[in-house]
Design a protein around this ligand. Structure first.
Ligand code: 0WD
Ligand code: CA
Length: 380
């Protein structure tokens, strides 16, 4: 058998006869009762400004007000001349979330603070987007993923690594695809204002460095989770319920004109939309339906809790319980597997469509992602 060429190689789950060290992604295995998922509680939030600088406050939150249901928003407007695009080649890993944790030790720390064997009072720290990928894995037959996991002082940190395929796709996007990625951000600008008193300003610059992120704590079965997700806006009514219930998610999608298009929308798009919003406890999605050339002609509010009913009419459709049970099984698999508590060790979990989840172990490698400023602060 060929030895892995990498020097940091220690153990490869794919090389064990009978492969006991992998996790099946077959949906039939996860069709059981819905696991306990606690209503996420917001423990804080942070902002990234136009230069992607971190602020430990909500300065970038935006306000949503119901507008015209039949608008004529031109999403192509400003793509060339009023658009600042985030540099996607910069890999941020968990850094902004770790920065938030250090600035809010009181909100996340256990009672004994730095001296404790587990100073961060949770089992997992990650981005909401990474959990979304886990939820949709049993139904994903196009894109694989790589998730790096490091155990440090009892907490498991989960950070995505870009796959070879994803990097190639990012570097070879067509101009049309680049423009269509802008459309989602432009829709946000048409729908949200910078403060509760003012109206949206579609004449401004769209800067994709800017973000408002909520940090929540919750529990999936016996897994305590601390994660953060980008939030598009909040209900501008000051009497709205507290976060995350006042939050909204904005989406755009192609107009639905045929039964086939409706079925595809339910089977593929609503899966991703549901998973993303459900995780953070965001109750409403505001969907803008656009023509093929980027004009929003219809805006609909979709209640996240109703999605599971909407899709039941679809035969052979995805099931929320499969998503949640798979995610739960993956987190249990990670807990069983990632035993070495060391900030420089990475267990790299890998999924390729139609395959199982497997892992490899790497010491002091290119995959290490906990920055020294975080590690040193926690070692104290
Ligand atoms: O470095 C990475 N591999 C990633 C970093 C991957 C995913 C996210 N992030 C970071 C970014 O700092 C971003 O501010 O997380 C933040 C967003 O986190 P999330 O909420 O966990 O991500 P996700 O749920 O995948 O996406 C939420 C929104 C997207 O909205 P739509 O409606 O398109 O799903 O965040 C934006 C996008 O607007 N977004 C990103 N922003 C920055 N970097 C990224 C990204 N890689 N991916 C999506
Ligand atoms: Ca969005």
């Amino acid at each position: 058998r060929n030895r892995h060429p990498k020097t940091d190689y220690q153990y490869d789950s794919r090389q064990i006869p009978g492969r006991p060290e992998c996790l099946s992604t077959r949906k039939e295995l996860y069709e059981r009762n819905f696991p306990v998922y606690k209503q996420p509680a917001e423990v804080g939030s942070f902002s990234l400004d136009s230069k992607r600088r971190f602020f430990n406050d909500s300065r970038q939150i935006r306000y949503y007000a119901k507008l015209d249901r039949r608008p004529n928003f031109d999403l192509t407007d400003g793509y060339r001349d009023r658009h600042v695009k985030r540099d996607e080649s910069v890999k941020e890993n968990l850094n902004h979330l770790l920065q938030w944790i250090l600035a809010n030790r009181a909100a996340v720390g256990s009672s004994q603070a730095a001296a404790s064997p587990c100073p961060i009072d949770t089992d997992f720290v990650t981005w909401r987007g990474h959990l979304t990928k886990l939820l949709t894995t049993p139904y994903e037959n196009r894109e694989g993923w790589l998730l790096a996991v490091t155990k440090f002082k009892g907490t498991l940190y989960v950070s995505e690594v870009e796959t070879e395929a994803a990097r190639t796709q990012r570097q070879t996007r067509t101009e049309k695809h680049e423009e269509m990625m802008y459309w989602g951000y432009k829709f946000e600008q048409y729908m949200c204002a910078d403060d509760a008193q003012s109206l949206p300003n579609p004449g401004g610059v769209v800067n994709t460095n800017e973000a408002f992120c909520a940090v929540v704590k919750t529990r999936l079965a016996d897994h305590r989770l601390l994660f953060s997700g980008e939030v598009d806006g909040r209900d501008k009514d000051p009497r709205a319920p507290p976060p995350p219930e006042c939050y909204i998610e904005l989406k755009t999608s192609a107009e639905i004109c045929t039964p086939k298009q409706r079925s595809n929308f339910h089977r593929f798009k609503l899966l991703k939309w549901w998973a993303q919003s459900f995780l953070l406890g965001v109750p409403r999605i505001i969907a803008g339906f656009r023509t093929h050339d980027g004009v929003v002609v219809d805006v609909e509010t979709i209640s996240v809790s109703e999605i599971s009913h909407i899709i039941k009419a679809e035969r052979n459709c995805w099931k929320p319980t499969v998503c949640m049970n798979f995610c739960c099984a993956f987190l249990s698999f990670v807990k069983r597997t990632v035993t070495e508590d060391d900030p420089s060790v990475v267990y790299l979990f890998s999924y390729e469509p139609h395959g199982d989840v497997t892992f490899t172990v790497h010491r002091d490698s290119q995959y290490s992602f906990l920055p020294p400023w975080y590690v040193e602060e926690l070692i104290g």
